[in-house]
Design a protein around this ligand. Structure first.
Ligand code: NAG
Ligand code: NAG
Ligand code: NAG
Ligand code: NAG
Ligand code: NAG
Length: 351
């Protein structure tokens, strides 16, 4: 009954983060880099992974993932572009090559940076057999040590770091409940701070970290109210995480010259899109913002699931562009676009 052929259950309850938008270019001259960044390095989970997972049973490698862009499944957990693509565009760079793609191709130093993110991962190990954030940073460190990336280029780069909640979904999966979560939130945030500091110590000049989104508003927790009501308990835990993250980042900035660390407030960006049923600025409209475009026909199935006979066990909306969420935990391309548009303007203020 259970369909084997599909899907890592994406992230899970708590995955979160996100963003993106379509930057348009050079008018962001107020961006406070000494020089325009020439590379983007990406760490984290499915909110930013652009194809490091090659396993054919990953949902990201199956239709209908990728139908909007590039038209076939690309390893992105969306119908199209994800946060990374919009962020790279904002920086006027191409979306950086994936670490796994680069390693297979054995080419020389990638021009636009590198994406080390793997869907399903956390700062600690999760149920997915992919490199945690520490290991992702180890890969980066190895490439810098081997001069694949010249220290000079690393010095004019930006990092995008997405710890969007898989640690918490895994906690719930393993413990069977969210009890005793508070101390765990503290350890997750402490580990994020260690990771940020390490990326900075490898020479990266600006490091953007995603706060948790309103995880209680993800289709997974709202399914039992027919996608009408966010789970406020779950959202409260995201707020605790975000508050601790803010304190940790303020401390890191105080201890480091040039305030290199920046938080993307994904929580308020997405919540405001939900409340406004869209984003006028991004010209995005989501009439039923909590309702995902692609969803399993019952709780055992997820977007992309097929049964033994190949029958689709999911429903798909007609226009992914009209949905904020793509599947049970990930935004659509349009959702990312709207979210990033909002974050990019905050970036401009802070930089
Ligand atoms: C995908 O395949 C790998 C390797 O065969 C297996 O370990 C993993 O459990 C599979 N994942 C799912 C969701 O079926
Ligand atoms: C990350 O993964 C590595 C390799 O599996 C493991 O040794 C390490 O303990 C993990 N780090 C954290 C912080 O969980
Ligand atoms: C839940 O998991 C955490 C972290 O591994 C552990 O420290 C804690 O004791 C567990 N709590 C319960 C109620 O099982
Ligand atoms: C949703 O879940 C909550 C808590 O598990 C439960 O109390 C409630 O009855 C559920 N609502 C529906 C419509 O199933
Ligand atoms: C909200 O989420 C919490 C934590 O997962 C759960 O215990 C609770 O039942 C949920 N509430 C509703 C109304 O679904």
């Amino acid at each position: 009954m259970e369909s084997r052929k599909t899907v890592f259950p994406l992230l899970s309850l708590f995955v979160f983060s996100l963003l993106l938008g379509r930057g348009s270019g050079r008018h962001h001259v107020d961006y406070r880099f000494n020089s325009w960044p020439t590379k983007l390095f990406v760490f984290g989970d499915s909110y930013v992974d652009t194809g490091n997972i090659k396993a054919t049973n990953s949902s990201s490698r199956n239709l209908p993932y990728g139908i909007t862009f590039p038209g076939v499944p690309s390893g992105r957990f969306s119908d199209g572009r994800v946060m990374t693509d919009f962020f790279a565009n904002y920086l006027e760079l191409k979306s950086p090559e994936t670490f796994i793609g680069w390693r297979k191709g054995g080419r020389k130093g990638p021009k636009y940076g590198m994406n080390f993110a793997f869907g399903g991962t956390g700062v600690f190990d999760t149920s997915f057999p992919f490199p945690n954030m520490t290991t992702q940073i180890d890969f980066f460190q190895g490439l810098v040590a081997n001069n694949i990336f010249d220290p000079k280029h690393v010095g004019s780069s930006v990092a995008l770091v997405s710890p969007s909640g898989n640690d918490y979904s895994f906690y719930q999966e393993r413990n069977g409940s969210m009890e005793g979560l508070q101390p765990f939130i503290i350890s997750v945030v402490n580990q994020i701070a260690v990771n940020l500091k390490r990326i900075q110590s490898l020479g990266v000049k600006k490091i953007v970290v995603l706060g948790l989104g309103p995880v209680g508003c993800l289709p997974q927790p709202t399914a039992n109210s027919s996608f009408k009501h966010c789970n406020s308990t779950t959202n409260s835990m995201a707020k605790v995480h975000n508050l601790l993250l803010k304190q940790a980042v303020e401390k890191l900035n105080k201890d480091t010259k040039g305030s290199p660390f920046i938080i993307f407030d994904v929580y308020n960006a997405i919540l405001s899109i939900i409340r406004n049923k869209g984003s006028p600025k991004a010209r995005a409209r989501f009439v039923t913002p909590l309702k995902p475009c692609c969803f399993g026909v019952s709780s055992e199935f997820s977007c992309g699931s097929v049964d033994e006979k190949g029958n689709k066990m999911y429903t798909l909306c007609k226009r992914p562009k009209s949905a904020l969420f793509w599947d049970s935990v990930h935004p659509t391309q349009q959702g990312w676009f709207a979210t990033f548009s909002s974050l990019a303007s905050s970036l401009k203020h802070h930089l």
